[in-house]
Design a protein around this ligand. Structure first.
Ligand code: SAH
Length: 349
């Protein structure tokens, strides 16, 4: 594929012609370009994720799914669905663990990036790919996982200006992109509870995450099944911008190099839990990643792995600390459990 025009130039032209673009547009296009043709994960990339830190992560996720599936009566067929599977590492580790206890689901990956699809095919050759949940089969229960998927979906930000609520837009001025308040009144888009907040208040919403959660919940309610949604985020409502950009494991200005850094926002688990209930699915709870993995026995698993290969004991211990340490991924990352109303409550919630 010939290299496309830099996204920065595309945005500059668009802004020169039509005026500032919404942050939602800026973030959506930036990440689409960012993920389109590269593998951003790992030491040589821009960021590292839990399944890439240790096989224990995918194994425990697989164990959680297998446990609820068995207690639901081991329905067969059943579909494993992963949203944004990255390199396919989590799926490979989870599927290996599930197979050991007799669970061998059909595998479906929801993935937009061609580059990552190719890597996923190496890790899990039997997978089938989808652009979104819409084409995932409706004939059997779903066991769904999404790790660091929702944080990549674009957000809309509303700011309270002196004249009222405005959408946060992105302008090009003095040779750089910069956020500005839009000129259209957006008060109608603000929930009653927030309408009278003081000037300067910023509200962030992620329409894409809400849409995914709505569809997923409706599917689980109708077909049966359970899901784990794992991401960094907050479980109680909050205000303020959480937009950040990572490049080569370092935080950079989100407006400096669109399409070349990973843009993410914290996931609002409070609103997602509300959506689950509205669609008739069961919200099993939202807990910290540290508590979830401890409840599933990560310490025992780490000890077993270490005694099987003593040379790697230090590495295994460090990996576990990264996953569950309060100052690392243990507290900021949350795990939300969702299921069909008549499926059993999973471990750790
Ligand atoms: N779950 C993996 C990868 C996280 S990175 C891990 O934990 O390592 C985010 C993943 O979501 C990538 O696979 C990316 O290509 C995919 N993704 C991001 N936005 C997407 C979108 N709008 N539609 C489909 N997939 C998307």
């Amino acid at each position: 594929m010939s290299r496309a025009e830099p996204l920065s130039a595309v945005f500059q032209r668009l802004i020169a012609t039509y005026g500032p673009i919404s942050l939602l547009h800026y973030m959506g296009e930036s990440n689409a370009r960012y993920y389109a043709d590269k593998d951003p994960l790992g030491a040589a990339g821009d960021f590292i994720t839990a399944p890439e830190i240790s096989q224990m992560f995918g194994e425990l996720v697989g164990l959680w799914l297998a446990d609820v599936w068995m207690r639901a009566g081991s329905p067969t067929p059943v579909h494993y669905v992963e949203m944004g599977p990255g390199r396919g590492t989590l799926a490979r580790d989870a599927l290996r663990t599930m197979k050991r206890v007799g669970l061998d689901p059909q595998v479906h990956f929801v993935e937009g990036s061609q580059a990552l699809r190719a890597l996923q095919a190496e890790a899990v050759p039997q997978a089938q790919w989808h652009h979104d949940l819409g084409s995932v089969p409706t004939d059997a229960p779903l066991l769904v996982v999404g790790n660091e998927f929702l944080d990549a979906l674009p957000v809309r930000q509303l700011v309270k200006a002196a004249e009222g609520w405005r959408e946060r837009m992105v302008d090009w001025a003095e040779d750089r992109f910069r956020p500005v308040a839009g000129d259209k009144p957006m008060d109608a888009a603000v929930p009653d509870a927030f309408r009278d907040m003081p000037e300067g208040t910023l509200l962030e919403t992620c329409p894409g995450a809400a849409a995914v959660m709505q569809e997923l919940s409706a599917r689980l309610a109708a077909q049966g099944g359970a899901a784990l949604v794992i991401d960094y985020g907050y479980a109680e409502p909050q205000t303020g911008s959480t937009l950040q950009a990572l490049r080569a494991h370092t935080k950079v200005d989100p407006f400096a190099t669109p399409g070349e850094a990973d843009l993410t926002c914290l996931v609002d688990f409070a609103i997602l839990a509300e959506i689950v209930g509205r669609e008739g699915a069961k919200w099993q709870g939202t807990v910290t990643q540290g508590n979830f993995l401890r409840a599933l026995g990560i310490e025992t698993r780490a000890a077993n792995l270490a005694s099987a290969s003593p040379h790697h004991a230090d590495t295994i211990g460090r990996a576990m600390d990264r996953l569950i340490g309060d100052d690392q991924m243990g507290t900021l990352f949350k795990v939300m459990g969702v299921s069909a109303p008549d499926w059993p409550q999973g471990a750790g919630f």
